[in-house]
Design a protein around this ligand. Structure first.
Ligand SMILES: Nc1ncnc2c1ncn2[C@@H]1O[C@H](COP(=O)(O)OP(=O)(O)O)[C@@H](O)[C@H]1O
Ligand SMILES: [Mg+2]
Length: 290
């Protein structure tokens, strides 16, 4: 085991009392978010049990980021309700923030801090004891291969390195529920592989609930127990990757996804070529001069 895991308990201590969580890590009921004329999330109903790795897929602008921002109590829903770890995202937003780790899509970093200072600061926000912060920061810097650069200012970090620091920040308090919005964007193939392996270890060995928004369908197929595909804020399909593939008679998740979201756009893009073929209008290749 390469990550220290804080005690697992389905009961969260609050004000000396223990509040029993409901059976779901994430439960949304007719969740809606409207921005002006845009319905970003449209009556979304999700039930994600503890320990599950859930992938939310969908095209750009489908409402994935808006959903995770609501679930992390960063923005308030227009209508509907949701609980995360049994806590209401509106009335118990502080509890929600304490038990969740969140990698935002476009995270803000304090550029004039070093990676170490930034992570120590995040650890303090979660009221972690000083010695625990020190050991956890060292552990995460080691896992993410940032050792040796920890005392450099973040402004000098590459985008991929910043992404790694944000992943460290999302994991600092060893959260029970982890939200990752496009976790492998900006990462090189080796770092992306490492993050996928990390997600797999967190899910399988550390029994975390992981909620991933991603465009990477092969990663989703590999990592997720269950997948939801949304378009225009509404859930189109939900199920195990295998079930979704079978239901669409598709060869893999990418094929199934394109069938659900509508690959016709791609056909439209290429339609002009067929027309030209039919009318024999494609100009013949000029002979290349030697
Ligand atoms: N703060 C905002 N103000 C106005 N519109 C927004 C805001 N955030 C998101 N949207 C709109 O909501 C829709 C869903 O966006 P988003 O949740 O970012 O989609 P995704 O993450 O799936 O790409 C888009 O049409 C987007 O323009
Ligand atoms: Mg997004």
């Amino acid at each position: 085991m390469w990550l220290i895991v804080i005690k697992e308990d389905n009961n969260i201590e609050r004000g000396g009392e223990k509040t029993k969580m409901n059976n779901f890590a994430v439960k949304t009921t007719n969740l809606v978010k409207v921005f002006g004329n845009v319905v970003a999330v449209d009556e979304l109903n999700l039930e994600i049990p503890f320990g599950q790795t859930y992938g939310l897929l969908g095209p750009n602008g489908a409402g994935k980021t808006t959903t995770v921002r609501m679930l992390n109590a960063i923005i308030r829903p227009t209508a509907g309700t949701a609980t995360v770890g049994g806590f209401d995202i509106i009335t118990q937003s502080r509890d929600v923030k304490m038990i969740c780790g969140f990698l935002p899509e476009s995270p803000g970093l304090y550029q004039k801090l070093t990676a170490k200072e930034f992570l120590e600061f995040i650890g303090e926000l979660y009221y972690l004891p000083e010695d625990r912060i020190a050991s956890r920061v060292n552990e995460l810097l080691d896992i993410f291969d940032l050792e040796g650069r920890e005392n450099d200012l973040l402004e000098g970090y590459s985008r991929g390195m910043k992404q790694k620091v944000c992943l460290c920040a999302a994991l600092i308090q060893d959260p029970k529920i982890i939200f990752l919005d496009e976790p492998t964007s900006n990462l090189d193939p080796a770092a992306a592989r490492m993050v996928k392996d990390l997600i797999s270890v967190l899910a399988k060995k550390a029994d975390k609930t992981i909620f991933i928004c991603t465009h990477l369908l092969d990663a989703a197929e590999e990592l997720c127990d269950k997948i939801g595909i949304i378009d225009k804020g509404a859930l189109k399909v939900q199920g195990k990757p295998k079930e979704i593939i079978e239901s669409q008679s598709a060869k893999d998740l990418e094929d199934a996804y394109l069938k659900i979201i509508g690959a016709t756009h791609i056909d439209d893009l290429l339609a002009w070529r067929d027309e030209k073929n039919m009318n024999n209008h494609i100009p013949k290749k000029k002979k290349q001069k030697k």
